[in-house]
Design a protein. Structure first.
Length: 427
């Protein structure tokens, strides 16, 4: 049996736990524990004692539990079988981590799917040596940075993917802008993983995300960056995409020898070309010029026609595009109180709700058309009282003629007219 006199460990600092290879010890054996180290003696699977920095002799006086675990037939100097573990308590701040494969995420700003990669590093310190050995190290002869990355890969990959996705989706940040939030993401990840490491006796001192990027050779990334570069160029020069397309069309027409527009652009429209041809070509180029010079447009919520972005009333149907009831909200025409479609009278001022047959807006008393959508107000048949369109000539209910004539000059006038267009008589 080998006699062990002195045990110490001065190995690689990247090793967090190291088991002394020889388990034949004796009560004369000495342990040398360096600063930032701890040594733990195991006998029969039971931790006998934890030794701090200094020189320690394995004697029954220092370790009373040895009296119960070993026999002492040699006058207090007895060989026995046990294990000695050295735990590295130094701070390790350069454990590098990264996503082994890109994470597929949708950019919330540009709506394209891009592969995302994340890299960084974190720092740890072994805080509870017994818990660390029992729960994590087990029967391994040593435990180093490689084992830390292997055992906790699932944790930091899952948490980092969740954090990056949350910032992209909930905050509406583009993947090309997320590096501006690395500090916030790092603090979030450190807070989430701290209790997981503590469960195994490890203190997580820091967790940093150094970079979040996308592969430069990915097709979606290349297309997105080219589009952004093109938009930046347009912003610098001072024209829009629609104007650029119009420029391209004009240039193509001028350089195409087989195109009629090309001949006209090259030589100009002559006076002998005829009014018809000149008018047609003028309309074509007028449309192109219109695209280059007009302001932005918007869609009328009532008739869906395109109108100027700054125009309040639609030039096609007369709809007030700023009115709240276009989107379904109805307000009293007198006091502005909110009304429901089932309301009969305004709860604030008592006005009877007079709904427009087209959009449901409340029509003021005496008005001949809706102020929101322009729909004309139905009129009552003078014979049966049935409400009918003011453009009708006969009542569809009783057949009564609704054609009106001016009492002064006899000219036929519209049903909703208030003055005769011929003589001006009030109707």
């Amino acid at each position: 049996m080998a006699i062990v006199e002195v045990i110490s460990y001065n190995g690689n600092p990247d090793v967090f736990a190291w088991k002394y290879p020889n388990n034949e010890l004796g009560t004369w054996t000495q342990l040398i524990v360096n600063e930032s180290q701890e040594a733990i003696l195991f006998k029969g699977g039971q931790a006998c004692d934890v030794f701090q920095a200094g020189r320690h002799t394995l004697s029954t006086a220092n370790i009373p539990i040895l009296n119960k675990l070993i026999n002492l037939p040699f006058g207090g100097r007895s060989p026995f079988t046990a294990e000695v573990w050295y735990i590295n308590k130094v701070f390790s701040l350069d454990i590098k981590w990264g996503t082994s494969t890109p994470i597929q995420l949708q950019d919330p700003k540009y709506k394209v799917f891009v592969p995302v990669r994340a890299f960084g590093q974190f720092g740890i310190q072994i805080e509870d040596s017994k818990k660390f050995l029992i729960k994590l190290v087990g029967n391994l002869p040593q435990f180093d940075k490689t084992n830390i990355l292997k055992y906790f890969r699932g944790v930091y990959l899952t948490k980092s993917k969740d954090a990056i996705s949350s910032y992209l989706v909930h905050k509406g940040i583009s993947i090309l802008e997320i590096n501006a939030y690395l500090d916030e993401i790092s603090e979030y990840l450190c807070e989430k993983m701290l209790p997981i490491f503590e469960e195994y006796g490890i203190k997580l001192t820091s967790f940093y995300v150094n970079d979040i990027n996308v592969p430069e050779d990915d097709k979606a990334v290349i297309q997105l960056k080219n589009a952004l570069a093109k938009r930046a160029e347009m912003d610098i020069v001072g024209y829009s995409y629609q104007q650029e397309r119009s420029f391209d069309t004009l240039e193509g027409a001028a350089t195409n020898p087989n195109s009629m527009q090309g001949g006209l652009m090259g030589a100009g429209i002559g006076l002998g070309m005829g009014v018809g041809v000149g008018g047609t070509i003028g309309q074509q180029f007028g449309g192109l010029a219109h695209n280059m010079t007009t302001e932005a447009t918007k869609e009328c919520p009532n008739c869906k026609n395109r109108i100027g972005e700054k125009e309040r009333f639609c030039s096609h149907c007369g709809c007030d595009t700023t009115a709240s009831n276009v989107s379904g909200e109805i307000k009293c025409a007198v006091c502005g109180c909110k009304l429901e479609r089932t309301t009969k009278f305004c709860p604030e001022c008592g006005k009877k709700y007079n709904p427009c047959s087209k959009c449901g807006a409340d029509i003021p008393n005496g008005a001949d058309k809706c102020a929101v959508c322009g729909e004309k107000v139905p009129v009552a048949c003078p014979k049966c009282g049935n409400l009918i369109s003011n453009q009708s000539k006969f009542c569809p209910e009783c057949g009564h003629s609704l054609i009106k004539h001016c009492p002064s000059c006899g000219k036929q006038v519209d049903n909703g007219a208030k003055f005769c267009s011929e003589c001006g008589t009030t109707l």
